[in-house]
Write a protein of this length. Structure first.
Ligand code: G3I
Length: 375
């Protein structure tokens, strides 16, 4: 009799375990961001070296499951890929290309020309001829190597000031305002099989948006190829400029190019600089406890607000899915986010869809649900 009861208990235990696993698996396993938005727009993430080299098993499973596009957060920037005049480090970029091929993930290479994260030898250049030599050699060497291997390039990144005028970068100073058209001309020649984008933050704001539109029109007027524009999307969950974003989608789409949201994250922490949301890395501020309120965990009320802000934003994206080709989150999980150290070092932010244990947050499930409703 005892044996029968024991066997029955075992059978029941196995049945319960099976049901639990099935439910849990269905909760995450069968769905994913890329599946939910399939046929609407690509869903991407920024990848760091450890993720590209698949050093962490769980992340290595989660990333290809959730995303069908990826942007290297740092490893293809000039300071890393071109550290000295005649030295190029292609190892990690080659691994990224192989990673994309292995998982069928479209790689958006980032970036060819940017005033930040330049190698020291470029920062030391004082004459125009030397900078022109660097400019031409860098774009041609890097873009031609990855032509057809990466899906797209952020050719020029953040060339504008907030008022829509051109940022006074070393490129503007030494090469003049046509450096942007020339960058796209060189990239198009070196990479005929790769899409070419202009990428910037705050270009949903009218003045800066006007500057971006002027850049795009100038490139097109010169008969040079530009395929899309990236609105970075570094916003705050309490201040997502939905109306300006909608205006921007319409105005950029009217230029006949792809519209993308390329570095999306929604900070939940107080903005210590007092200035509107920005990704201007020159903006920093001093640490104090008041501006780092969630060191232990994120209160449920804030989690819900974040989820709602993401849902409102994606409702807008889905309204314009015919114009939007990609939405990329600037990182996989909260622990990876640059916002833990910007504009203040050492804070605990919660800006993305996966928590520090790589588990989906409420915002993730809200977006999956939204996508199902809008099928
Ligand atoms: O790799 C070095 C490491 O060896 C060293 O020990 C450490 C010391 O601080 O620095 C490490 O380099 C850091 C690098 O990220 C890699 O982690 C740099 O200090 C740090 O400044 C750099 O930050 C990156 C930032 O661009 C630089 O401006 C962020 O990860 C990256 O998310 C951020 O991304 C930019 C986009 O490219 C363009 N749009 C704005 C966006 C946010 O600034």
């Amino acid at each position: 009799m005892k044996t029968k009861r024991f066997n029955l208990a075992i059978v029941i235990a196995i049945a319960v375990l099976f049901i639990f696993c099935t439910v849990t698996k269905n909760k995450v396993g069968n769905t994913s961001l890329q599946k939910a938005f399939q046929g609407k727009f690509l869903i991407g993430t920024a990848l760091n070296a450890s993720q590209i080299e698949e050093k962490e098993p769980y992340a290595s499973k989660l990333i290809p499951q959730q995303f069908n596009a990826a942007t290297p957060e740092n490893i293809m920037k000039a300071e890393i890929i071109h550290p000295a005049w005649d030295t190029y480090n292609f190892d990690l970029a080659d691994k990224l290309v192989a990673y994309g091929k292995k998982y069928g993930i479209k790689i958006n290479a980032h970036n060819l020309i940017w005033h930040s994260q330049l190698p020291p030898f470029v920062r030391r250049i004082t004459d125009a001829d030397s900078l022109k030599m660097y400019f031409e050699d860098h774009i041609t060497t890097v873009a031609s190597r990855y032509d057809g291997k990466v899906y797209s390039w952020d050719v020029v990144n953040e060339a504008l000031n907030e008022d829509g005028t051109l940022r006074n970068s070393i490129f503007l100073q030494k090469l003049g305002p046509d450096y942007i058209v020339e960058a796209f001309r060189l990239a198009a020649k070196a990479a005929p099989n790769t899409k070419l984008y202009y990428n910037d933050y705050n270009i949903e704001q009218p003045e800066k948006r006007a500057g971006a539109i002027e850049i795009i029109k100038k490139i097109k007027a010169a008969g040079v190829r530009i395929d899309g524009v990236g609105i970075q999307g570094h916003w705050h969950m309490n201040d997502v400029p939905l109306e300006k974003i909608e205006e921007s989608i319409k105005e950029f789409a009217a230029l006949g190019i792809e519209v993308m949201f390329t570095e999306l994250d929604l900070s939940v922490l107080p903005n210590p600089t007092g200035r509107p949301g920005s990704a201007d890395i020159s903006q920093t501020a001093a640490y104090n406890e008041k501006i780092n309120p969630y060191t232990k965990a994120l209160p449920d009320s804030v989690q819900k607000k974040l989820a709602q802000s993401y849902s409102d934003l994606f409702t807008l994206f889905l309204k314009y899915k015919k114009n939007i080709s990609r939405v990329t989150f600037w990182g996989v999980d909260d622990g990876q986010s640059w916002l833990n150290d910007f504009p203040v070092r050492g804070r605990t932010n919660y800006a993305l869809l996966f928590d520090r244990n790589l588990k989906p947050k409420e915002a993730y499930y809200k977006l999956i649900e939204l996508a199902k409703q809008k099928q």
